[in-house]
Design a protein around this ligand. Structure first.
Ligand SMILES: [Zn+2]
Length: 410
């Protein structure tokens, strides 16, 4: 029953540019996000939300007051305003609706050869009969995470129109800069005032997720020992070779391309080297903090071995832990997951609790004292022209959200 409205709101939002920036030091990282935030503030006012606030860092907060006198936990729903930063990929989005998907390919742009095949998009198999929104071939769609924002907006509008639906206070937040990893940085957990929350930022049919990767970044730097290349015997230490040596020594069964499900990996994402010096950066990912540390120790042992092999140079090894699996924080209170799982099952969304091989804003928020599992937002293949979003899936999740707040008030 929300389909038309969801489509209308999502189409409006994806056409408003709000890409973040990896290189800016402002907060939020781009002015377009502030402009988008202002639109959201106006829309919240128009539907009658309360306590609407846009703060100096670009966070939008609002409240839907309780419609019951019972004392029940305060639930938050949140989504991020920024789209993927790279180049012009998020600019001038032209949304395109593919009605009543019947399986097979979705042609986004024949001209540009952007065709979403079931092989490329396995989650489409859950979407037979759905209306699918895509962009038009040269941009991303931005349903990551404007689908989440549209769902929260339509959900809020429905609750305000129907005060007979009994619920406790509901907190809304729209946050900037998720894509550059800064989403929770300036989030006001205390001011928000929710007992727990949900980000609406999960892939289509993912249901609800409370497990994400723990993550670390490793930096390895090598100093060269230089010499005339014609007379370098027993003198030269070439950082280009030393780094290649280290990278090649990492076990092949611990790479992104050789792991799945609960297996962790280390991936080298960048190397720069010349005769003078070299530097390599690697990302470490695992669901288990102990296994994460073991993999880091293994890489450090490889580096130690290379220090013996190249004794006249120095090789530095630095580790930075970036985010952690939220599961231990979520497990402390079963209510957020129980509410979500029950409501999603009633809506026929059954693939629940599959750990997500990535990060989520909710992970940091959970460690900041706000347990925040991630809910399905109906989209898939974000950050590029193959991004698609099921309007029917969005509707299912909005229905589930209404069940959740009703069950919470019982
Ligand atoms: Zn997202």
């Amino acid at each position: 029953m929300f389909k038309d409205r969801l489509l209308e709101v999502l189409k409006k939002y994806v056409q408003i540019e709000s890409g973040g920036s990896f290189t800016s030091n402002t907060s939020p990282s781009t002015q377009t996000q502030v402009e988008f935030a202002k639109v959201l503030v106006e829309d919240l006012k128009a539907i009658g939300a309360q306590d609407i606030k846009l703060d100096k860092d670009g966070y939008v907060y609002a409240t839907l007051p309780a419609t019951t006198d019972k004392k029940v936990p305060t639930i938050g729903f949140m989504a991020h305003m920024d789209t993927y930063p790279e180049g012009t990929i998020g600019r001038k989005v032209v949304p395109q609706l593919h009605k009543n998907y019947q399986g097979g390919d979705i042609v986004v742009s024949k001209e540009r050869d952007v065709i979403i095949t079931p092989f490329k998009a396995p989650l489409l198999k859950h979407c037979i009969g759905h209306d699918i929104l895509t962009a038009s071939g040269d941009t991303l769609l931005g349903a990551d995470d404007k689908a989440g924002i549209a769902m929260i907006m339509v959900f809020a509008e429905h609750l305000i129109k129907h005060p007979e639906i009994k619920h406790g206070a509901i907190k809304i937040a729209f946050t900037p800069d998720e894509e550059i990893g800064n989403g929770p940085a300036k989030f006001d957990v205390k001011g928000y005032g929710a007992d727990f929350a949900y980000t609406l930022d999960g892939e289509c049919n993912e249901g609800v997720v409370a497990e994400n990767f723990s993550a670390a970044t490793v930096n390895i730097s090598v100093k060269g020992v230089q010499s005339h290349i014609g007379y370098a015997k027993n003198i030269m230490v070439n950082p280009v070779r030393v780094l290649s040596d280290i990278i090649a020594a990492w076990p092949e069964n611990k790479l992104p391309e050789t792991t799945q499900d609960r297996e962790g990996f280390i991936v080298f994402i960048d190397t720069k080297a010349n005769f003078e010096k070299g530097e390599a950066t690697a990302m470490v990912r695992n669901f288990d903090d102990n296994l994460l540390r073991q993999d880091i120790a293994l890489l450090e042992a490889i580096v130690a071995e290379k220090r013996l092999k190249y004794p006249t140079t120095t090789i530095d090894f630095k580790v930075k832990f970036t985010y952690k699996n939220m599961k231990p924080m979520i497990d402390k209170n079963p209510l957020p997951m129980d509410l979500a799982i029950e409501a999603l099952r009633q809506e026929g969304v059954n693939e629940i609790g599959v750990p997500m091989r990535g990060g989520t804003d909710g992970a940091r928020l959970s460690f900041m004292g706000l347990p925040t599992p991630n809910l399905d937002a109906g989209y898939s293949l974000p950050h590029g022209p193959f991004e698609w979003c099921s309007i029917d899936q969005m509707q299912k999740i909005v229905n589930a959200m209404i069940r959740m707040i009703e069950n919470n008030a019982k």
